[in-house]
Design a protein around this ligand. Structure first.
Ligand SMILES: [Zn+2]
Length: 138
């Protein structure tokens, strides 16, 4: 089932073009067909060589936790506190997203993080907005 198919009257998927759950949850970056470098999200032109010949490219399903924080005040719709993490992927991109874990005290820099999909915030219309997040993997 794709993320778009999961969308319902109570749920809205934010930025479905940036991730997929098949065959496993992963992010979809842009890869420059000229120089091979990745960006997330995909840019209109490569920031390294300025080529506009870019393709969608899956990122590795796991990366390394570069930094994280606990957000205690946020915009309307966000349930605080929540965890926010920055993950480095082997393809050379760094991505920020919410972190989902039952044991926040066990988060450590350089730990392995996987991609998951879950609740991000409430929309103005009361819908649950879901999108990509990170979670620790052992
Ligand atoms: Zn390039």
């Amino acid at each position: 089932m794709s993320e778009k198919e999961k969308e319902s009257d109570q749920t809205e998927v934010y930025k479905p073009e940036l991730f997929s759950t098949t065959p496993h949850p992963h992010l979809i970056a842009g890869r420059c067909k000229s120089c091979g470098k990745y960006t997330f999200p995909k840019y209109y032109a490569c920031p390294f060589c300025f080529s506009d010949d870019l393709e969608d490219a899956p990122l590795s399903p796991t990366g390394i936790l570069h930094s994280f924080t606990t957000v205690r005040r946020s915009m309307p719709g966000y349930t605080v506190p929540y965890l926010l993490g920055i993950v480095n992927f082997p393809e050379g991109v760094r991505v920020m997203a919410q972190v989902e874990t039952d044991k926040p005290e066990e988060l450590k820099l350089d730990m392995k993080m996987g991609v998951t999909v879950g609740f991000i915030r409430k929309g103005k219309d009361g819908k649950d907005i879901v999108s990509y997040k990170f979670r620790p993997v052992s």
